[in-house]
Design a protein around this ligand. Sequence first.
Ligand code: MV4
Length: 449
Amino acid sequence: MATFMFKRVLIANRGEIALRISRALRELGVEVCIVHGREDRLSLPVRFSDFAIPLYRSNPLDSYLDYEAVIQAAKDVGAEAIHPGYGFLAENASFVRRCEEEGITFIGPSAEVISLLGDKIEARKAMEAAGLPVARGSDEAVDDPEIARGLAAEIGYPVIIKAAAGGGGIGMQIVHDSSAFESALHLCQSRAQSAFGDNRVFVEKFIEGAQHVEFQVLADGENAIHFGERFCSIQRRHQKLLEEGPWLSEEIRADIGSRVCNGARAVGYRGLATFEFLRDKNGEFYFLEVNPRVQVEHTITEMITGVDLVKLGICIAAGETLSMSQDEVRFSGHAIQCRFNAEDGLHFVPSPGKLWDCHFAGGRGVRVDTHAHIGYEMPGCFDSLLAKLIVWGQDRDEAIAKMKAALMETTIIGVDTVIPLHKAILDEPDFIARDVTIQYLEDHPNLLR
Ligand code: MV4
């Protein structure tokens, strides 16, 4: 029930997600404020905002990372809440704590929950206790190589050593036998120290030949519901390229779905969350981590459930309780998303430049989320995501056919994109047969020619 809604919200982000959040706010009758760097001063989310606050910095990233400046901007403009989007400040517990101190609503979970989930050892422990399946491994940080080696022998090789403060795969080491263990442990610890200022690592059974499946959750601090799963195995260097959903049977969705809701309730989660899993050849699930934010691929779930997840997340932050029950979440058809990164499609190096021409597909069941337009100057200093093309079909075959037709119409002139790779994947027999793991691109090197 709509009891209270913000009058004015500040977006602390840029690009397609800033535009996506701006649309949700406007539909809710909320005034849209946005901070921006010099590179983005002419961008669509800035032009479409009610109040734009320039925060020009010598390092362009700092326009979106200098959180004291972002908080000051919110106060200056009278915004009651800040939406962080993804990346930048979205998972920064210190920033969220400062928002809490200033009486500004952070649209997302509490600083305490972000800290808990940011520690992969703590998150793993909490979720195992809540009944989520986890891979065999250490339930605390490992430091002593002898103890760690003993644990690895017990679990059985191969094992993986991960940073407690990690995520995104930074520092991870796969170890195949005990002779390689000690140096891998030290390497992971030193990578973790330099990347996160925290050298704690933990050990897990390495799950081979796995798929990446994630569940979308919405919670209000007390209760939680899930919106099913997305299949996100097709990635390179931990950056997803193509996502789709649904992927699982109704029975498995209901089983893992009820567990992730228990996990969200156990930590008092509030807002949108994604629970990431590996799924092995036998169909066994292993919890990886919780992403405490809106994700790039939330669009897949919106297409197959018909809900506006971004609006729901804002309503929760405004103090509403969950407005739907699990029974009211219905699934229909199949959705596929292609991410158009401005990159060279062979080596995945950024390809900044001016979009001399730009045209996106349309028609029934076709959605494009983008801040791109003819004349847009794609900066090289930010994430290279330029646009997302999402299609909906009655079933997977129809969605694939629709995506191929939509890619054929897509025109982006001025920067390189990964679209030739998307086209090749959609024609590849293993993809068509759903025979896809997280090794998909390494296993299909011909796609990159
Ligand atoms: C794993 C794994 C295999 N076994 N954990 C990569 C990022 C981080 N979120 C966790 N990751 C992995 N954890 C065990 N026990 C393989 C990966 C992994 C991966 C996971 C999801 C999607 C893509 C991936 C690519 C390489 C490795």
